[in-house]
Design a protein around this ligand. Sequence first.
Ligand code: FES
Length: 110
Amino acid sequence: MIWIKIFPAEVLDGEDFIKKINVSGKKLCAVKTGDRLFVVQNKCPHAGAELSQGWCSNGNIICPYHRHEFNLETGRGKAGQGNYLNHYPVEARGDGIYVGLKKSWWQFWG
Ligand code: FES
């Protein structure tokens, strides 16, 4: 696992947001809601919409296209959807907020 800083630590004290972030060439979706920050894949598994254009309700992110809902904590789609999101571990450290990505083989050997 490699940890990459994505935001300054103060972001947790600011406004809620949903935004697309680019981390090591991966397009991900960061969701700040209350004092929590989640990172999930940005592309909706249903038909490819950008989840960063969606919104958040009751701990779920909702896709703007066909309203599929995914739990931000587990990535699970709502019952009956049969899909899920990749979700990534987030760590708040003294100097910022980090997301954990699995090392790909080329990073491992490089
Ligand atoms: S593209 Fe997201 S619900 Fe259809």
